[in-house]
Design a protein around this ligand. Structure first.
Ligand SMILES: CC(C)(COP(=O)(O)OP(=O)(O)OC[C@H]1O[C@@H](n2cnc3c(N)ncnc32)[C@H](O)[C@@H]1OP(=O)(O)O)[C@@H](O)C(=O)NCCC(=O)NCCS
Length: 162
């Protein structure tokens, strides 16, 4: 296994070490977020296993998160970026994205995607822009899939279990 990627700034740390993550915190934030409302803990766990997870820490306490789904060669998708509300506005979100973009396995990619409702300004400075050829992009998108409890481990399924 390769050593985790780490960057430090004073008391702050960005680390890709999965064992360091406070998964309960990541789940608590995501399940209340506008984009992953109702996501079950097991799905968050699986998403972390299938990604490069970036934890943002103040000393030992996790205060932010991002993850990248990637083949580490040609393509990546940045998802689930957040900084806890009480820590926002201090440049940490920007630094977290900067650390993601500097990861050695995410260099020379042909395409790096993300979706955001209102944080465009945060990503523009790292070269993200509306799709050059929107007509060529397609998606299969079920935005409220977790809220409907249609995913294994979701609330509706638990309620229906004997
Ligand atoms: C978006 C988020 C990660 C930014 O974190 P942060 O630590 O407050 O960010 P920073 O202090 O580094 O500032 C981010 C920069 O992006 C800008 N920005 C653009 N959209 C923003 C948004 N929706 N929220 C906060 N900042 C935003 C800020 O104005 C700031 O610009 P500046 O450096 O020129 O002042 C944080 O607000 C957050 O967790 N939001 C809720 C989750 C979310 O919406 N995530 C994005 C999903 S794609």
């Amino acid at each position: 296994m390769t050593a985790p990627y780490e960057r430090r700034r004073g008391p702050f740390l960005v680390s890709t070490e999965p064992g360091r993550l406070d998964r309960a915190l990541v789940h608590r934030f995501l399940t209340a977020s506008y984009w992953a409302k109702g996501i079950p803990p097991a799905v968050v766990d699986r998403s972390i296993e299938g990604s490069i997870p970036f934890g943002l820490y103040h000393w030992d306490e996790q205060i932010g998160f991002a993850r990248v789904v990637t083949d580490r060669a040609t393509f990546a998708y940045l998802a689930d970026v957040f900084v806890l509300p009480e820590r926002r506005g201090a440049g940490l979100g920007r630094w977290l994205v900067e650390c993601v973009m500097a990861h050695p396995d995410l260099q020379g990619l042909r395409r790096f995607l993300l979706a955001t409702r209102d944080a465009h300004a945060l990503y523009e400075r790292f070269g993200f822009a509306p799709p050059l050829r929107p007509h060529s992009l397609m998606e299969r998108f079920l935005p409220d899939i977790y809220a409907r409890g249609a995913v294994a481990g979701g609330e509706a399924e638990k309620e229906a279990a004997p």
